[in-house]
Design a protein around this ligand. Structure first.
Ligand code: ARG
Length: 477
């Protein structure tokens, strides 16, 4: 052991340390209500694997720079492994008196190793410790969500492929608008989730910066090696300002925003499928195993899962609000307010993670009722806009074409006909070339075949988009 490590080892240990690490300063014990009020153990216990990992890296660094001996570093690392086993086997009794997971782990280590365990917290504060554990947890959470989204996207692309040439009525304002391939619809959701995935990946870069070594707020006078810890915990870089490092929760806010966007996207598809599975639409059959029944009405098959997904998106957005309100107006550096980041983050993650998994199953199992959808496609004048565009192509000004088709729609509606069923005389009266156009452009098939712009629902375009996604998501075509 070198001189410095020896000096630290010789330092007297306060008797009170067995109770609370900080009780030396206090004459009276903490009121039990305050212990209960300040404790976060029930929430942050799930950080234990991350705190152990970071503590091991910290201990090994302390050993390598000589702040503790290498034997001590090794025995702390082994002691932490043993504490991890205790946690995994549920052998640790959680208590409000120990405040949080970091104190529990340290206390458990000291119980095993005595004075050697008391050296772990050298050159470290709970302020940089909690920030480090939370970043490690968030990094894993982000990766889990990225993987979950990838699986969901794969299921959506396979559903797009399965949908073949099924055509859906496309809606704006929930009013029938233009026909779209069902595959185009599925791929629209793939695009949304792709932005979510990219957002998470981008967020990860800012999550993955190491705060450990910033100590309480100002850094430390002890000769630590932050780069070594950074490397062993696989962080991409160091937080460069200790005041910022212990108080920065932007990464939590960003992750919550990324999750809020996912939840918002999930709520949209949930809403669509709730409507589509209703008798009135009957577009979709949801798998039995993902639906629930009614306690009184024997015939019911309810989309409760999708309804809860829709509702819980509010909880996720609420968690983001919660965090931003908590951060707003906080002075530098660490404030205990920051402890409240975890309930919001964990709850949002659990909600979004579960929703993604269930929606993936739902996409795999839901069946479009192709025949039924097709039998209703002639309702709602889905070909009107393409007809207007055909008039534009023969030189009719856009606004005139709009008005001509609008009037035809009114006539057809009054007579209970589709545009294609209008008498030839009505058509030629509206525009001299309309009868000719009608042969080529009326009806859903012709309408769909007419699309050609990039990103449209043109069947060739959609087919090549399916191909692109299959290869991007490493799926076999
Ligand atoms: N449990 C706290 C949190 O999650 C860390 C405690 C830091 N406490 C302190 N007095 N500095 O933020």
């Amino acid at each position: 052991m070198d001189e410095l490590a020896e000096k630290i080892a010789e330092k007297p240990v306060e008797k009170s340390i067995e109770q609370k690490p900080w009780s030396g300063r206090f004459k009276n014990p903490t009121h039990s209500l305050v212990e209960a009020f300040t404790s976060s153990i029930k929430t942050d216990v799930r950080l234990w694997p991350y705190d152990i990992e970071a503590s091991k890296a910290h201990a090994l660094m302390l050993g390598s720079v000589g702040l503790i001996s290498s034997e001590e570093a090794k025995s702390i690392a082994q002691g932490l492994d043993a504490v991890a086993e205790d946690f995994a086997a549920d052998r640790i009794v959680l208590s409000d008196a120990q405040e949080d997971i970091h104190m529990h782990i340290e206390a458990a280590l000291i119980a095993k190793l005595g004075d050697t365990g008391r050296k772990l917290h050298t050159a470290r504060s709970r302020n940089d410790q909690v920030a480090t554990s939370l970043r490690l947890w968030t990094r894993d959470a982000v990766d889990t969500l990225v993987n979950g989204l990838t699986s969901l996207q794969r299921s959506l692309v396979i559903a797009a492929q399965r949908a073949g040439d099924t055509v859906l009525p496309g809606y704006t304002h929930l009013q029938r608008a233009q026909p779209v391939l069902a595959a185009h619809y599925y791929l629209a959701h793939v695009e949304r989730f792709e932005r979510d995935r990219q957002r998470l990946k981008d967020t990860r870069r800012r999550v993955n910066q190491l705060p450990l070594g910033s100590a309480a707020l100002a850094g430390t006078s002890l000769p630590i090696d932050r780069h070594a810890v950074m490397r062993s915990l696989k962080f991409d870089g160091l937080c460069n300002n200790s005041l910022d490092a212990v108080s920065d929760r932007d990464f939590v806010a960003e992750t919550l925003f990324a999750m809020s966007m996912i939840a918002t996207h999930l709520s949209g598809i949930a809403e669509e499928w709730i409507i589509w599975s209703s008798h009135e639409y009957s577009f979709l059959d949801l798998p039995d195993e993902l639906c629930t029944g009614s306690s009184i009405m024997p015939h019911k098959k309810n989309p409760d899962v999708l309804e809860l997904m829709r509702a819980r998106s509010g909880r996720v957005v609420g968690a983001l609000q919660n965090l931003l309100m908590m951060l707003k107006g906080l002075p530098l550096a660490y404030n205990r307010d920051l402890q409240e980041d975890k309930p919001a983050l964990f709850d949002a993650f659990d909600t979004v993670h579960a929703s993604i998994q269930i929606l993936t199953l739902m996409v795999d199992g839901a069946k479009l009722r192709g025949q039924h959808i097709e039998s209703g496609l002639h309702h709602g004048f889905l070909d009107a806009t393409t007809l207007m565009e055909a008039l534009i192509e023969v030189g009719c000004p856009m606004r005139s074409a709009h008005s001509i088709v609008g009037q035809l729609v009114r006539t057809a509606e009054e007579q209970g006909l589709t545009l294609a069923e209008l008498p030839a005389k009505t058509l030629s009266g509206a525009h001299p070339q309309l009868n000719d156009i009608a042969k080529r452009k009326f009806g859903i098939k012709n309408t769909l075949a007419a699309f050609r712009s990039h990103g449209s629902t043109a069947p060739t375009m959609v087919a090549s988009e399916i191909k692109r996604w299959l290869s991007q998501l490493e799926l076999k075509s």
